[in-house]
Write a protein that binds this ligand. Structure first.
Ligand code: SF4
Ligand code: SF4
Length: 264
């Protein structure tokens, strides 16, 4: 029997809420005033190559481009500060009661199948052992058991996990039918030939695809563009040109400006 016992202490979020936060398609509008959205491309030589200490399986459902060499998967992220998530305030998540699905799933990983979560849980426990006390050492079923016998027993996590996967499948499916966006992805891969993770911006075609899939009204499109434009501009004004995100944010601003010229 495999058992995953975990109880997040919450108050130490400054230790784990680092890096880029994955945001699903259906979360983009909700968080438009909080996060600046970027676009990540993950590519693997085949669907079972080893990345990040574990088998990085790109489920066939999530592949947007497959060529002779690589399988590609794409997803959105919140572009954070160099060290911490933008939603972190005084070491606590200000979105705690309505946080992104990826964060609800912690310490599980919705990019991988439910069946693989026990193995991933153990790998994550090893990786985070120096700073996270959420992993509970006993391995019997208890009130803190989230996963048991290859299945989630925590309903909130299970719902977030499957919704996350549904969104990932939808955006990758839509991209797979759009030659212009596929070209953009392949161009970015060529510019970053030796990288498996490519962090880039959402281009105009991709924004338009998002608006179409999410069936935004004209007002929602304007609100979305304005919100993103304003927070990018504000961020850039306070950023040193040497900051690692500077060029990325400049590119995002340019794409949003092109959209603004189209819509306003
Ligand atoms: S217990 Fe672990 S997962 Fe929870 S906030 Fe602390 S470091 Fe993060
Ligand atoms: S949204 Fe909240 S829980 Fe998620 S990474 Fe940011 S601070 Fe952490």
């Amino acid at each position: 029997m495999n058992v995953c016992n975990f109880k997040c202490e919450i108050s130490c979020s400054n230790k784990c809420c680092t890096g880029k936060t994955a945001i699903t398609l259906d979360e983009l509008y909700k968080y438009k005033d909080i996060f600046i959205f970027g676009f990540n491309i993950l590519k693997t030589l085949d669907r079972s190559c080893v990345l990040d200490e574990r088998k990085q399986l790109i489920n066939k459902d999530f592949v947007c481009i497959e060529n002779e060499l690589y399988s590609h998967m794409a997803y959105f992220t919140a572009i954070n500060n160099e060290s911490f998530c933008e939603a972190l305030e005084n070491n606590l998540c200000k979105l705690h009661i309505d946080k992104p699905k990826m964060c609800i799933c912690m310490p599980f990983d919705p990019m991988h199948k439910e069946y693989d979560q026990y193995e991933l849980f153990n790998l994550k426990q090893k990786r985070m052992k120096n700073y996270c006390n959420g992993f509970l050492s006993f391995n019997e079923k208890s009130k803190d058991t989230l996963f048991y016998n290859n299945k989630f027993i925590d309903e909130k996590i299970k719902t977030a996990f499957y919704n996350y996967r549904k969104n990932l499948k939808l955006i990758n499916n839509e991209i797979s039918k759009n030659n212009e966006i596929k070209e953009f992805i392949l161009d970015k891969c060529e510019e970053n030939l030796f990288d498996y993770y490519i962090e880039t911006y959402i281009n105009v075609k991709l924004y338009l695809l998002i608006f179409k899939i999410l069936k935004f009204s004209e007002d929602e499109i304007k609100n979305f563009i304005n919100s993103q434009y304003n927070i990018v501009l504000q961020k850039l004004n306070n950023l040193n040109k040497d900051d690692s995100n500077y060029i990325l944010l400049k590119n995002i601003l340019n794409e949003l400006l092109l959209l603004k010229n189209n819509y306003f």
